[in-house]
Design a binder for this molecule. Structure first.
Ligand SMILES: Nc1ncnc2c1ncn2[C@@H]1O[C@H](COP(=O)(O)OP(=O)(O)O)[C@@H](O)[C@H]1O
Ligand SMILES: [Mg+2]
Length: 184
């Protein structure tokens, strides 16, 4: 995975595959604290205690198909390379919480990537899932929740590719407004 946004998408797809109806994504960026912090919470099927302990090990999966069981392993390894942290907690049958950090100025840190694109594409492709998205910098916080904001951005129908483009623009504009992804 080439960017932090790719890793985020991979974790959101796990939530989707866990049958989540709600996914909360929070990104906190602090130059002062030298950190990018990602938090993804979902109300999917969750994991039992045994699986929580093993889920980020190489090749561990409960899914069928080839090349499974890499996502969390690669994420955890990536955070270790960037002197970050990786925490996973879950209630079987209820919810999962995944939080990871990377050092902002680490030489090994991947670029942030296209966060607006990942969030907009996911919302567009999975309209039955409620995605709450928050991005906080030291200057301000931007939160987005389509059901509550569709009127504001003329996205009530949200059907065409031009609607998707508009959503991407809305997200990107607001992230730029709060001065995200600031170079040190
Ligand atoms: N949000 C989640 N909810 C429930 N289980 C999860 C979640 N994320 C990961 N898992 C469990 O951890 C396993 C490993 O995840 P991952 O490393 O992404 O590999 P894969 O998705 O290919 O199985 C999954 O197969 C699943 O059992
Ligand atoms: Mg996965």
């Amino acid at each position: 995975m080439q960017t932090l946004a790719h890793h985020l998408l991979d974790v959101m797809v796990n939530s989707l595959e866990a049958g989540a109806t709600e996914i909360d994504v929070t990104i906190r960026e602090s130059i002062e604290k030298n950190v990018f912090r990602f938090l993804v919470e979902d109300d999917g099927c969750g994991m039992d205690k045994k699986l929580v302990k093993m889920a980020a090990e190489k090749g561990i999966t409960t899914k069928v198909g080839k090349d499974r069981g890499w996502g969390l392993y690669l994420l955890k390894t990536m955070t270790e390379e960037c002197e970050g942290t990786f925490q996973l907690s879950s209630h079987a049958g209820k919810s999962t919480r995944m939080e990871w950090t990377v050092k902002h100025d680490s030489d090994k840190r991947k670029p942030l990537g296209d966060i607006s694109g990942v969030i907009a594409d996911f919302i567009y492709a999975h309209k039955d899932i409620d995605v709450r998205f928050t991005y906080a910098t030291e200057e301000a916080t931007f939160s987005f929740f389509l059901p509550a904001m569709s009127y504001m951005y003329d996205l009530e129908k949200f059907e065409s590719s031009s609607d998707l483009k508009r959503l991407k623009r809305v997200l990107e504009k607001n992230l730029v407004r709060i001065n995200y992804n600031k170079a040190v």
